[in-house]
Design a protein around this ligand. Sequence first.
Ligand SMILES: [Zn+2]
Length: 114
Amino acid sequence: MQCRMSMEADVKGIGGMLPPLLFQKYFGGKQIVRMYKGKGCPVCHGTGYEGRLGIFEVMTMDENIRKAILEKKDSPEIQKIAIENGMTTMMEDGIRKVLEGLTTIEEVLRVTKE
Ligand SMILES: [Zn+2]
């Protein structure tokens, strides 16, 4: 985004917003992280975002997941198995994009709540 500005964010303020496992993985042991924020300009119509960023959930089908689906397990259970097998959740993909400066944590929280 054109109006992107970097800022330092206090990790403590992020803690309460994320699932503990993800927080630990990406922010554990850190105190300050560099994040980016759009100030708002004509290009982004004052929103600070350039279009709608794609945040994706990546699930690799494997034997355990196939079995869980065949056994008609409910979706939280299937998701748990998928995460144990290395699935990237939307939230995690979003956090990676925040750290790459592609979006903000507020945007990730908004999108993952939908
Ligand atoms: Zn802008």
